[in-house]
Write a protein that binds this ligand. Sequence first.
Ligand SMILES: Cc1cc2nc3c(=O)[nH]c(=O)nc-3n(C[C@H](O)[C@H](O)[C@H](O)COP(=O)(O)O)c2cc1C
Length: 373
Amino acid sequence: MSISLQTSFCRNFQLNKPIILAGMAGNINSAELVAAVCEAGGLGTIAAAYVTPEALRERIRKVRELTDRPFAVNLLLFDKPADGVISPECMNWINQVRERFGLPRWNGEWPVLEEEIEACFQVIIEEKPAVFSCAMGLPGSYGKRAKEAGMKVIGMATTLEEARLLVEEGVDAIVAQGGEAGGHRGTFAPGETGPGECIGTLPLVSLLCSSIQEVPIIAAGGIMNGQGIVAALALGADAVQVGTRFLGCAESTAHMAYKSRLYEAKETDTAITRSFSGRPARGIRNTFMEQFQESGLDVLPYPIQNEITKEIRQAAGKVNDSHFMSLWAGQGVALLKREESASDIIEQLMNEASQGMERLTGLCTVASRNTDQ
Ligand SMILES: Cc1cc2nc3c(=O)[nH]c(=O)nc-3n(C[C@H](O)[C@H](O)[C@H](O)COP(=O)(O)O)c2cc1C
């Protein structure tokens, strides 16, 4: 049986398949990966976080050379934190790790954040992709401007309250991000400690689908195969957003040491940490995460912590040391075993979804026969 799974989300967003490639910041979603997902009938997403406006424009144009299908551009939202002071303990800890990689000592100055969000958003408005998506807050004026420019807007929620706020803002769809998801928690205001809101994908999607009628819900977190898609659609979702499954694929530009670690990861290997960026995010546990936790140091606000750990991660990448890189991944990572092409992944997801549907149909037949007897 081959199925098409045309949901109203597919019709509204002009897609053939209800599958979204998550925007994955950190130089993972190459133009080739985004275009391959679009060409296969899903919605590819360019990640605009941590890139310069020039690089973003180049990537958007490259995707346009490769496909004329609709695609999304995604931003991680944050309010610029006020300047603060970095404790001598934090400075010493960071410098010990820097020494390990032969990096010069850091003087402990509060990093200057280059204000790139507005400039990147300006590029998005000028280039006008079909969809603007965002996470870690309400789209606010960005959402308004994107809509005025004719784009559809997708927000991300980790609770019902966040979803309701997104509806009030007039978004066109909401990603329900469960606690299993890889990468940063989309929680609007995660506070200064704790993992952010971590409701599992199953209860969160169920709750949002039964409570929010205004816009389609997109399930995210732990969806690694077509059976997961069937489960999400059965809960009432209109589409799925998938990150981890695409991380290790051929078109993903994730570091090779990162990819290797993904293929051997167990289901118990991930944890939520603030040690790399200052905001809670799920990744494969490694030495950096463990040593930071043992240090008992407070994390600095996002994205200041991200800035002060950036050079360490880059230096670790140069020597293939995955113990000091951020290895974002969801709880489904143990299902990732080898490199595949993005189009093969989509084909497999759809075949597995067919099998999942067949299994359910078979169960219905057996049940009705049993009732007949
Ligand atoms: C490596 C990585 C980077 C991510 N970066 C972003 C991002 O830049 N913007 C965003 O909205 N979500 C980001 N996410 C989260 C995804 O949107 C999504 O919630 C998650 O991948 C779904 O769970 P899964 O990884 O189990 O498929 C990232 C996820 C991963 C794994």
